[in-house]
Ligand binder design. Sequence first.
Ligand SMILES: Nc1ncnc2c1ncn2[C@@H]1O[C@H](COP(=O)(O)OP(=O)(O)O)[C@@H](O)[C@H]1O
Ligand SMILES: [Mg+2]
Length: 354
Amino acid sequence: MTTPGFVTMDSVVVGRSARMRAVFEFLRVIGNSDSTVLVIGESGTGKEVTATLIHQASRRKHHPFVAVSCALFSETLIESELFGHERGAFTGAIKDRLGRFELAEGGTLFLDDIDDVPLSMQVKLLRVLQNRTIERLGGTRTVSVNVRIIAGSKKDLKQMVADGKFREDLYYRLNVLPVALPPLRERREDIPMLTDHFIERYFRRRGEDVPPISEAVRQAFLRYNWPGNVRELENACERIAQTCTCGTVRIGCMSASILLRAGGPPPELSAFTPAPAAQPQEAASVSLDDRIRDLEANLIGWALKVSNGNKSRAAELLQIKRSTLGDRINRCGLGRAAVIGAPDATASPMAATT
Ligand SMILES: Nc1ncnc2c1ncn2[C@@H]1O[C@H](COP(=O)(O)OP(=O)(O)O)[C@@H](O)[C@H]1O
Ligand SMILES: [Mg+2]
């Protein structure tokens, strides 16, 4: 079976939503072009992995791919980081150092967080893009560079231009081939596939069998808003792989903060019926105990959510005693999830004992 998405030798970007399919199509179209690309998307939407794909699909693929986040450096440091410096250029410059432009020679330079580059530095970048030459800090020579530029931005640069925060000329230099990566909440169809992809990756990495994912977990993942986008989903799956030892990824294996924020209406039994596609062709056995545990955990999670973590109110909603609720929380692993869910767990309603 081929994975829908865009795959090169070293990277894989999966997605089946119409919006991601349009992105993959665009990547195919720009294939061997050497023009500058501007990748726009919120943090965690896959800007860097997209840049690596573009590089690996280009004729520069046997040369370096160098990524640098412009947000990580102060105004003075970024210049030496990008252009390098010669010995004695400033206090602490004890030897010559190549900048990222020269390190990427022949290949691709991914300038992430270009929206964080201060105006003074934007002028210098513009000059490099126009002349394809750099000058090392404290140096006197002009060095030619043969580098394909891909810029990443989490903000709408056009708006920044309108606000006077980004140079218009630099914007046009960068925005030759624009690629927009939608936030995950606007392409929820991709969530199941990404979940499978990451669960498989992280269980395999631990040398463990890949467990099935319960329907309750899938529903919660679909409802959750993923403000940190694909990166957050990947981290959630990695955490599950580190802690889940029960043979099935259940609600109790999820981070409490995601579970609680996933909210949603009281889960119905229908949510626990496997989707036809997911049903095995043969030997379609179903563990009644597992299903009941999932249902119980999901209902408890829902009650805690709507009662804001107040266990007495949650118990009322579920028409059980407060002490029984405590036992059930422990039994289905929700208590453990709250602990695993640190650091958010302390701030989350579930961690509060009421
Ligand atoms: N569509 C996707 N398919 C597979 N992995 C993805 C996808 N989008 C993002 N990732 C993974 O999510 C993480 C964050 O992506 P990254 O490219 O660093 O995002 P950004 O640069 O936009 O913050 C990386 O580990 C990346 O490999
Ligand atoms: Mg990034």
